[in-house]
Ligand binder design. Structure first.
Ligand code: 26V
Length: 794
């Protein structure tokens, strides 16, 4: 930025927008009015760099990156924009002068919760890093009217309510009515002069809504372009004139359904027609927009791969392969082989999960009915691949009347990547082993990362102050500079400051937990945090069983030297995932019993705030001592929360899964609490008949814990019969097999926490060695290995 605005500049801008945009005098303004006025004042400072960035990319004929994702889990925008535009401390002063509470203003903003979990939050971190690195890019997604459902607990059980973030003005977006595209569905395919012509039976309009994403330093912004669905005709006039007003509005209601609600299930692929339509809606709108821009700038379709790199965030937009071929063949007259080659040189695919139940498949019947032309092209791609590779018979896209979207994405991509070293190895060795043999070199690794602007500088101001004072501010855009802390890890003065910073965060959180849940969290206790979607493979069950076993041990020896602990959980279950919901119920029931036990209450407390989201993560992570990353080895593709905890000075208790492997290698095995079976051992254990029962019989602690649940010590036993039955007789995620190792490792944590100097040393070293996990490093990797693209230099 040329010059940073002063507190007075900001105050004047805020008052200007309060009057002229909100239409309110200060004496009548609500917190909402003020928050919008502040947002518009901040937005004004983003628009210049944004327009300049778009112009620079066009003028230089730069290659653009396009990130296609069904999910962008943004969270709040205002606080992040203030940080990246470097408006602090001026903004703080301006708000104080206006008599406003900055925290209250920031908290007034609803989260943009347009995602389920890791995959969506990664997309948001990537958008921020792309801008911070000045890489010309667009994110393409859907402007869901309702983001991820709001969770509350009734009698300990999850209840879902609709989320309605757009039920109020959204100050960050710009609607572009000139960028509208027609998206067709159904109908039939005709042949006219030897060329296929798809005559859709239905269509909707995709309209662009742009949000600028400002990078660190505030001199570059890319666009997040979200598509809203609109009807091709607003009103059925004959019906209206006939007095049937409800029916007359039907076309509008129907079209809008497409961008109405985010699918809340990240667990099982349910093959729903509306979901397929949403995926095509996003993909077609994005590709039409990309081709329009490309043709306006370059004209010659042969240049497409040199000027455009498209990243598919999982298989959700994998219809991009057939759609791009369709546009090139049917609209631009290219022959199939050339269209195929151009598409494959432009598209790339990231795999985010190996869980078989989450791999997308569509019946050929549904695909053929909703997208008849695409079904033909999918068949052409599959036939062509068979003919050009001599592949084994079991390899391919269409099998048993199902279209396998992973195989489609793989075959239509130049590069395919996994999201951690271990995950990429497993992608090569398992799901895509056959395709990997046919196309060696196509699969590459890009270990995930997170943006240190939001996840350190913004959310952890007390640690940020210490870092700035100790090593300067350069770490913000060059996270490897955290290495400079290593020299201070043995300095008792530094360690005391680190402890004080953590303690301030714990006190803040403790006050919140008391106010919201009535849980008394002693700031000197271990704050032990597991926050993520509720999934069997993430093993929240293992964690709560450990709590029960520990509770019993404390009971057996109430005067023992127990390390006080507060276990904190956060996370939502997919509405139809009843086993995950039953774990939520159990955690809440166990918390109610344990928290009110006078014998143990000073040693063990359990808190489960409802409606975990990005904003809650920003409060919990800086206050954590211990990060729970305890998935069954081989199941968690990467994890990104694990990285956020590490850079905020929490130590990890974890398995050798996902990016935990790399975290442990980098921070040093002596600074990481490892336990449990490896991926290979877990696979072998699962194949062993009766593994669960054998493990339970061998563990007194686990047996007692399960017994107490079965006896109804934590609410009605019947509620947990299925969960117990599964644990005894099936236990596919090896909770029982890993229990004793987990319990023992938690006791090691207890002892380590008691030695404050040593604990703080380990925490300092975790922070110092976490630089690798910046999403800036990840994006540089994609730019180099996948997109072959360059940043625009200032
Ligand atoms: C799956 C599905 C299945 C079909 C229906 C709709 C739907 C929507 C979302 C998903 C998400 C599955 C993948 C996912 O979120 N993976 C997570 O990606 C993170 C970023 O790479 C990674 O850190 C986590 O380990 C991984 O679980």
């Amino acid at each position: 930025m040329t010059h940073a605005p002063s507190a007075q500049d900001l105050r004047e801008k805020i008052l200007y927008h309060l009057t002229h945009t909100q239409g309110r005098g200060p004496e009548f303004a609500t917190v909402f009015d003020w928050r919008l006025a502040v947002s518009f004042a901040v937005r004004d400072l983003m628009v210049g760099p944004w327009v300049d960035a778009i112009r620079a990319a066009r003028d230089q004929g730069a290659k653009r990156v396009y990130y296609l994702s069904m999910e962008f889990l943004i969270g709040r925008i205002l606080g992040d924009a203030i940080i990246n535009l470097r408006l602090e401390p001026a903004m703080g002063e301006a708000l104080t002068q206006l008599g406003l509470d900055e925290q209250e203003i920031l908290d007034n903003e609803p989260d943009a919760a347009l995602g389920n979990g890791g995959l969506g939050r990664l997309a948001a971190c990537f958008m921020e890093s792309l801008s911070s690195l000045r890489c010309p890019a667009f994110g393409y997604g859907i402007r869901y009217e309702h983001g991820l459902f709001r969770q509350s607990f009734e009698n300990g059980q999850q209840v879902e309510r609709p989320e309605d973030w757009l039920n109020q003005p959204h100050p960050w977006e710009f609607v572009r009515i000139d960028y509208s595209y027609r998206i067709g569905f159904k109908g039939h395919v005709e042949t006219v002069d030897g060329r296929a012509v798809w005559q859709p039976g239905e269509s909707v309009i995709a309209r662009a809504y742009d949000t600028p994403v400002i990078g660190w330093g505030g001199d570059w912004a890319n666009s997040l372009r979200l598509w809203g669905a609109h009807p091709t005709t607003l009103l059925d006039l004959p019906r209206f004139n006939a007095g049937d007003y409800t029916a007359a509005a039907e076309p509008e209601a129907l079209a809008r359904t497409l961008s109405r609600v985010l699918y809340p299930d990240d667990t099982t692929e349910s093959g729903k027609e509306l979901r397929l339509k949403q995926e095509y809606f996003l993909t077609s709108a994005a590709l039409q927009d990309i081709l329009r821009r490309f043709l306006a700038e370059h004209g010659d379709l042969d240049l497409l791969p040199q000027k455009v790199a498209i990243q598919l965030n999982d298989t959700h937009p994998a219809i991009a392969g057939p759609e791009l071929i369709r546009l090139l063949m049917d609209d631009h007259g290219l022959p199939f082989a050339r269209a195929r080659d151009l598409a494959r040189a432009t598209l790339n695919y990231t795999n985010h999960t190996l869980l078989p139940e989450a791999l997308e498949r569509w019946s050929t019947w549904l695909m053929g009915r909703i997208l008849p032309r695409h079904m033909q092209i999918i068949q052409m791609i599959d036939d062509d691949h068979r003919d050009t590779t001599n592949r084994p018979a079991h390899v391919g896209i269409v099998h048993n009347d199902q279209v396998h979207m992973g195989e489609l994405a793989f075959i239509m991509s130049g590069k395919v990547n996994g999201v951690s070293a271990l995950h990429t190895d497993l992608v090569r060795d398992t799901v895509f082993a056959d395709l990997h043999k046919l196309h060696p070199g196509r699969i590459v690794n890009q270990t995930n990362g997170v943006t240190p602007r939001r996840w350190l500088r913004m959310s952890n101001p007390s640690l940020t102050r210490l870092l700035d004072d100790t090593i300067g501010t350069g770490w913000t855009s060059d996270l490897d500079q955290l290495k400079g802390l290593e020299a201070h890890a043995d300095d008792a003065g530094f360690r005391d400051s680190l402890r004080a910073a953590k303690r301030a965060n714990k006190i803040w959180l403790s006050n919140g937990l008391l106010a919201d849940l009535g849980v008394k969290a002693d700031p000197d206790a271990i704050f032990d945090v597991q926050i993520k979607r509720m999934h069997e493979y993430k093993r929240q069950l293992l964690n709560i069983l450990e709590a029960i076993a520990l509770w019993q041990r404390i009971h057996d020896d109430p005067n023992g030297n127990w390390a006080p602990r507060v276990k904190i959980f956060g996370g939502k279950a997919a509405p139809g995932y009843w086993l995950a919901k039953s774990v939520i119920h159990l955690i809440n029931d166990v918390a109610a019993t344990i928290n009110s036990d006078p014998v143990t209450s000073k040693f063990l407390q359990i808190a489960y705030p409802s409606n975990y989201n990005v904003s809650m993560a920003e409060d919990l992570i800086p206050a954590a001592d211990l990060s729970e990353q305890i998935s069954t080895a081989g199941k968690e593709a990467s994890g990104t929360g694990n990285m956020k905890f590490t850079m905020n000075g929490a130590l990890t208790i974890g398995t050798l899964d996902g990016a935990n492997v790399e975290i442990r290698e980098l921070v040093g095995p002596e600074n990481f609490f490892l336990f449990g079976l490896t991926a290979d051992e877990a696979a072998a254990e699962k194949a062993r008949h009766g593994h669960a029962r054998a493990a339970i019989e061998a563990s007194e602690d686990l047996k007692v814990a399960l017994q107490l649940i079965a006896e109804g010590r934590f609410g009605r036993a019947e509620s947990y019969y299925s969960l117990l039955d599964r644990t005894w007789n099936d236990d596919p995620f090896l909770v029982a097999s890993d229990f004793d190792a987990y319990f023992a490792t938690q006791r090691k944590v207890d002892r380590a926490f008691a030695d404050t100097a040593d604990w703080d040393r380990m925490a300092a070293l975790n922070i110092a060695r976490s630089g690798f996990f910046s999403s800036d490093r990840t994006i540089r990797g994609y730019m180099r290995d996948i997109w072959d693209t360059q940043a625009i230099t200032a």
